[in-house]
Design a protein around this ligand. Structure first.
Ligand code: RIB
Length: 291
């Protein structure tokens, strides 16, 4: 069984600020940091740091060598990564004194996928392999359809939620990992239990993990429900916390852990991530999580 992540890679420009800027305001930033991130890359690195062999497929632009190097440094397989003309995906991230963030996302090379590239990568994968997806790349509907035809197990983090997801056949997803905002955007419900109820009605076969920030997370599959609290820490930067949770929860399935064990490990890993600045570099190794 192989694991493929078809996902974004971003250069994150991070500005520490006193508070997240409001319309019309100008606020000085104390510093600027250039980090490797992107939901796709963060999730691949979380999987790799959890001990999973993961292939990352994605596109970087002319200035994106640092993103490829970051994969190599973290044992993420780069066989399917391609460098193309033009700019890489990048973000402008404000991080306030409580570790909360606000992100402007420029898609760049992440939005230049072609059907030929997708089909070429998928031709090396087969029934039973795991495919990890987020929503920072184009042609997500095509990736889902083609992977489903092959019988791959498709895991989707529908983040950031936008109208392109409405073109996707989400009935083909085996496991959703989403937060309460995305849950509300998909179901129209605000209450976590109602969100889950609605998701189970829409996607009766899917397993669902709903993350609730400081309220922890809930797993639901048909009538089976598990709840997990958070591990309280001093948050410095919440960037990549959700991606860490996703990567570690998927790793727990691959390792054959029970759902409660997987939720607990994912919660521990993401609680460590928020104590550190940055994205890929803030994700802990499995041995730190276990300790
Ligand atoms: O989930 C965090 C990631 O979202 C950041 O690394 C940034 O690149 C944005 O894509």
């Amino acid at each position: 069984m192989k694991v493929l992540n078809f996902g974004s890679l971003n250069i994150d420009y991070v500005y520490p600020v006193d508070h997240i800027i409001i319309p019309g305001e100008t606020e000085p930033a104390g510093d600027v940091m250039e980090n490797c991130g992107g939901k796709g890359l963060n999730q691949s690195i979380a999987l790799a740091k959890a001990g999973v062999k993961v292939y990352h497929a994605g596109l970087v632009g002319e200035e994106g060598q640092l993103l490829i190097d970051k994969c190599i440094e973290n044992n993420v397989d780069t066989t399917y990564l391609r460098k193309i003309p033009g700019r890489s995906g990048h973000t402008i991230i404000q991080v306030d004194k409580n570790g909360q963030n606000s992100i402007i996302l420029f898609g760049g090379s992440n939005r230049k996928f072609t059907k030929e590239y997708i089909d070429e990568v998928l031709s090396d994968f087969e029934k039973g392999d795991i495919l990890v997806l987020q929503n920072e790349v184009n042609l997500l509907d095509h990736i889902i359809d083609e992977a489903y035809k092959k019988g791959m197990m498709i895991v989707l983090n529908p983040s950031p939620y936008d109208s392109s997801l409405e073109k996707c056949d989400l009935g083909k997803i085996s496991l959703f990992l989403l937060n309460e905002i995305e849950g509300e955007q998909i179901t129209g419900k605000k209450d976590p239990d109602e969100i889950l109820e609605e998701l189970v009605k829409k996607f009766p076969e899917a397993k669902i993990v709903l993350t609730l920030g400081s309220e922890g997370s809930i797993y639901r599959h048909k009538d089976e429900i598990y709840r997990q609290g958070i591990f309280k820490v001093k948050a410095v930067d919440t960037t990549a916390a959700g991606d860490t949770f996703t990567g570690y929860f998927i790793s727990s399935i691959i390792d054959g852990l029970s759902v409660p064990e997987g939720l607990e490990m994912a919660a521990k890993a993401s609680s460590i991530t928020v104590t550190r600045p940055g994205a890929t570099d803030s994700i802990p190794l499995r041995k730190e999580v276990v300790q």
